[in-house]
Design a protein around this ligand. Structure first.
Ligand SMILES: Cc1cc2nc3c(=O)[nH]c(=O)nc-3n(C[C@H](O)[C@H](O)[C@H](O)COP(=O)(O)OP(=O)(O)OC[C@H]3O[C@@H](n4cnc5c(N)ncnc54)[C@H](O)[C@@H]3O)c2cc1C
Length: 395
């Protein structure tokens, strides 16, 4: 049996950040990492953005050399034995740990259709498959109008592909953007040559003459060469749940990122934590959270006691538009839109009971900290208070 002082389950960005965090505190203790993926840890965001804009694949790898991590790739952890402080993988090999991190992230939600016919986009393997398809065929369907769907549709269109986007909502990004902005976004995609089919659910998929025929609830048939989907994430909690780790909408962690079981921590997309600025427990599926929380989990595994109070931000690139955002972006909240140039540059404030719950910085940069401060401020705010509030004047 292999013994590790620190064992990490998962090979994503959280895992890589945790290894670096451990090394900030403990330069010697052995670190083992079990990842189901065959690839060493890499950054996921470029898979739907920069790699389609000419950035080379070599740029995505996480720098792991300095952390001296024993990478066990292509291995799935199948059992955690908290009493014995051991983990078993799918080859039957067992590893012991003093401190364990569960950083299992999540798996893409799937449609009830035959597996294998659709690329559910998440990993480098998915990117390679989609890239190979883009190199050989012409017409793509993208299912989903959220983060992944909108980025992949833009990436394929920018690479000269014919793209049909289909999703059940009214407009692209309508769960997070106010109606006027998501309507504008759908029109913007259409102008970029993307066929946007809103208000339709996929109910079937047939393969005929090497083509994929998607059927919609409204009776349409969409004929394409390849189908890619981004319809949300299911946190990978089963391993934790079956080991007695408390799970809600994700693995429940304390402010020190510990689970309910001794010496077991969790972080990243899979972890549900209390955020003081928002005053509630949240689970966040974004890069800043993976990096910041992963690093802190590593430091705390190595003996520190630092609370995670960070309010993560996120970002996206859609053709030549880009944004950063903090807090709760939920289009059901009251919103106040403060455009400098309509749909090109401005700030959207999301409000509840006089407090700012979220801020969208649309082509507005270096304002994330100011937005965080606004969310932490108890207010109360009126719409008049917010007009012109961001970008904050430079000190
Ligand atoms: C295409 C794409 C684009 C993105 N773009 C952005 C962006 O622009 N901005 C942003 O803020 N965020 C973005 N994100 C989100 C961000 O990448 C994620 O929040 C982050 O990668 C989460 O990291 P994680 O390590 O917590 O989870 P994951 O990345 O899901 O990693 C979990 C790892 O654990 C492994 N694993 C799971 N179960 C087991 C097991 N039982 N045994 C062994 N290994 C296991 C998985 O194989 C995987 O390697 C994007 C995500 C994707 C997929």
């Amino acid at each position: 049996m292999q013994n590790y002082k620190y064992l990490i389950i998962g090979g994503g960005m959280t895992a890589a950040a945790a290894a670096a965090g451990i090394r900030e505190v403990d330069t010697a203790g052995g670190i083992g990492l079990l990842s189901e993926e065959p690839d060493a840890p890499y950054n996921r965001p470029p898979l739907s953005k920069k790699l389609w804009k000419g950035k080379p694949l070599e740029t995505i790898w996480r720098k792991m050399e300095g952390a001296q991590v024993d990478l066990r790739l292509g291995r799935r952890a199948v059992e955690i034995m908290p009493g014995k402080k051991r983990v078993k993988d799918d080859t039957g090999e067992t590893f012991s740990y003093e401190k364990l991190l569960v950083a299992t992230g999540g798996a893409p939600r799937r449609l009830p259709l035959r597996a294998g016919d659709i690329i559910y986009f998440r990993t480098l393997a998915d990117y390679r498959r989609l890239r190979a398809a883009a190199d050989s065929v012409r017409r793509f369907a993208v299912i989903g109008g959220g983060f992944i769907g909108s980025e992949i549709a833009a990436a394929l269109a920018m690479n000269g592909k014919e793209v049909v986007m289909v999703f059940p909502g009214n407009d692209i990004g309508d769960r997070i953007f106010p109606g006027t902005l998501s309507r504008h976004l759908s029109e913007y995609y259409r102008k970029k040559g993307v066929e946007v089919i809103a208000g339709e659910k996929i109910t079937g998929l047939e393969i005929r003459n090497n083509q994929r025929i998607l059927k919609t609830g409204g009776g349409r048939e969409i004929v394409v060469d390849e189908v890619v989907a981004g319809i949300g994430l299911e946190p990978a909690v089963e391993l934790a749940r079956s080991s007695g780790i408390a799970v809600d909408d994700g693995i429940v962690v304390s402010e020190l990122l510990q689970t309910n079981l001794p010496d077991i921590f969790a972080a990243g997309d899979v972890a549900q934590f209390y955020n003081p600025a928002l005053g509630k427990r949240i689970r966040v599926e974004h890069e800043d959270n993976a990096n910041t929380m992963g690093r802190l989990a590593g430091r705390n595994m190595a003996g520190m006691s630092e609370p995670y109070t960070h309010l993560p931000y996120f970002y996206s690139d859609l053709f030549d538009l880009g944004y950063e955002a903090v807090g709760e972006l939920d289009s059901r909240l009251e919103t106040f839109i403060d455009w400098k140039r309509p749909f090109e540059e401005g700030v959207v404030y999301y409000l509840k009971a006089g407090r700012v719950r979220g801020v969208l910085l649309w082509n507005v940069w270096e304002q994330v900290d100011a937005a965080r401060a606004l969310i932490a401020d108890p207010g109360p705010f009126t719409l008049n208070d917010l007009k012109g509030r961001l970008p904050a004047a430079k000190k």
